[in-house]
Design a protein around this ligand. Sequence first.
Ligand SMILES: C[S@@+](CC[C@H](N)C(=O)[O-])C[C@H]1O[C@@H](n2cnc3c(N)ncnc32)[C@H](O)[C@@H]1O
Length: 263
Amino acid sequence: MIPRPLPSLEMAQPRRMPPIFSAALAQLLAIALTGFIMLSLRFLGLEIGIVPLLLTQSVLAVAVSFLLGMPIWWLAIQAVFIPALASVLALSIAPIWFLGGFVLLVLVYGSTYTTQVPLYLSRRRVWLAIQHQLPQAPGLRVLDLGSGLGGLVHHLADARPDSHVSGIESAPLPCWISKLRMMGRSNANIEWGDFWHTDLGGYDVVCAYLSPVPMPALWQKVKREMRPGTLFISYRFTIPGVMPAQVVEMNDLGQTELYVWRV
Ligand SMILES: C[S@@+](CC[C@H](N)C(=O)[O-])C[C@H]1O[C@@H](n2cnc3c(N)ncnc32)[C@H](O)[C@@H]1O
């Protein structure tokens, strides 16, 4: 176990408004302000070209986002959003491609604007580390919260045929793909749903690879529902203020860690 200072509880409190709403608000305000500036200049007999107009909108979007307290990476997205949109529209691409792209994004990332947990995949190194944490007892019940493409579920079900491994995933496309991957397996299954509505009481080991946002509330759920002696394992994201029983270094480029709590 690696001793470390505990982060404060405030660090990972969920934001009141999902960032997508702050981002949309900032863009709309910036568009309105840019329109106001353009009309004022026109009133004075001055015409403003499309490039300075886009630059003005971009600077204003960043300024409003900054005032709304958005994280730094959002400021970069806000800066390029409308100029990128204008550039792509200038390419005269058939609208069906935009519709296709939009549908694909909704099927994969549709719920991210509320969960603030996007899809990104863990690797074999992490699956092996989790496998080594599993108790040796047969008949183990394991659950992956937000199972993505089912990589961890598939690996654990292969490595421990004496156990039953489940995954729950809210994004439709990753869920369908992982359901296909589990076809014909008797000791693994994937459910389409929201893990906040799943009772964790029937599982010996619950795994999560999510984001900092849900961790404090998830720990409350774990304490409420999981039986004493069972394991809660989180890759990359710890629970603010709660010391894990074990921290496993992944020895990768990102210096990521696996956190293990005994309930
Ligand atoms: C970081 S990915 C991890 C995927 C997978 N566990 C892995 O290790 O490769 C997190 C996944 O959790 C899903 N997710 C987020 N909130 C969820 C919720 N409330 N219920 C079910 N799935 C959720 C997301 O759609 C995303 O696919």
